[in-house]
Write a protein that binds this ligand. Structure first.
Ligand code: UT7
Length: 341
């Protein structure tokens, strides 16, 4: 586990100055899914809280991963009052890049025309946005970067096993973006602390056997759906409740705060029951929890930035408020970030 509570001396701090999100147009409802696999709207709503999700149409240029990210990034840059050529760094969290080579980050750099930026993908699965935010914070606080563009974007529909009713009901596609800028180290409006962790021993709970260098997508692998996500739902559920609670408390206690002082809790959106169980453990009323899983499902690295963007744009998130971002994902990976807006 790595915790940075920002007691380390730096003249700089980092601040989120813009947010944006984008989703594909096509809605896939639970009733639509019930035509493909043996499930029902009632079961999905009761067990997950999901009503519909958005799905990118394959081959549509506007709905490629980096195109969704580009639309989200342009909105975030506009909010921050920045142009693409003012971006120093693009950190792009995804497990479904347009291509493995080049990276989604380089596709995005090209689409944005962010010529000055260096660009790189990072893979922490559903935790990716919080990992990218923590890294941007470090680059800014060390003085190497002034303006960072971070992305959490995934087209999970491309790696979903559409014949597995135990998992295909969960996932959707979308992109979230944030502009992170250097601010004064003493500014109250900044990232207050970051906390990251991983546990590779638990890789088997959520993995994709084929498509990497271990196993090519041979006809045999393809016929067995080994190039799609494989998930042990029940085990992940328990692990998620435990680690989300632990990392939320870690961020709260590292800043000598109490849960009731948090204005907005922004957890990864994997299952509404996971979110409710964590909120209960933290004694946090659901009225303080940002939720978008009902409309978008689990969009992996995009869940936290899109939920945050929605609340920034509709005015729920106000200057001076405390935001707690909290994630878990395949790997396994975990993390939290505390922000004073
Ligand atoms: O980024 C995040 C990574 N993933 C997660 O966080 C997922 C975490 N896990 C979950 O969200 C839940 O475990 C699931 C939603 C995947 C499954 O819910 P559950 O309440 O744990 O159901 P279960 O696997 O215990 O299955 C209960 C029953 C089983 O039937 P039997 O054996 O009791 O007859 C399943 O076969 O529900 C059945 N079932 C379904 N029924 C209708 C499983 N999936 C479905 C379905 N529709 N889609």
């Amino acid at each position: 586990m790595n915790t940075t509570s920002h007691t380390l001396l730096s003249p700089y701090a980092s601040k989120i100055t813009g947010t944006g999100s984008a989703f594909p147009q096509e809605r896939l409802t639970n009733d639509d899914l019930a035509k493909k696999v043996d499930t029902s709207n009632e079961w999905i709503v009761e067990r997950t809280g999901i009503r519909e999700r958005r799905i990118s149409r394959p081959g549509l240029l506007d709905e490629q991963n980096s195109s969704l990210a580009c639309a989200a990034a342009l909105k975030a840059l506009e909010m921050a009052g920045k142009t693409p050529d003012q971006v120093d760094q693009i950190l792009y969290a995804t497990v479904t890049p347009d291509t493995l080579i080049p990276s989604a980050a380089c596709w995005l750099q090209k689409k944005l025309g962010a010529h000055r930026a260096w660009a790189v993908d990072l893979n922490a699965a559903c935790s990716g946005f919080v990992f990218a935010l923590s890294m941007a914070d470090q680059f800014i606080r060390s003085g190497h970067v002034k303006t960072s563009l971070i992305i959490g974007a995934d087209v999970l529909s491309s790696i979903t096993n559409w014949s597995d009713r135990g998992s295909c009901i969960l996932f959707g596609d979308g992109a979230g973006a944030a502009v992170i800028e250097r601010t004064d180290g003493h500014s109250p409006h900044r990232i207050l602390s970051t906390h990251l962790g991983s546990d590779g021993d638990l890789w088997e709970l959520f993995h994709m056997p084929a498509g990497g260098s271990n196993l090519e997508v041979t006809p045999d692998a393809y016929s067995k759906n080994l190039h799609k996500m494989n998930m042990k739902g029940k085990e992940i559920f328990k692990s998620a409740v435990r680690t989300l609670s632990d990392y939320a408390l870690l961020a709260i206690e590292s800043n000598q705060l109490k849960p009731e002082q948090i204005d907005w809790f922004i957890p990864h959106q994997a299952n509404l029951r996971i979110i409710e169980a964590v909120a209960k453990r933290l004694d946090m009323p659901m009225s303080k929890v940002l939720v978008n899983i009902d409309r978008f499902g689990n969009t992996s690295s995009a869940t936290v930035p899109t939920a945050m963007d929605e609340a920034v744009r509709d005015g729920r998130i106000q200057k001076g408020q405390l935001l707690l971002l909290d994630v878990f994902g395949a790997g396994l990976t975990y993390g939290s970030v505390l922000v004073r807006w």
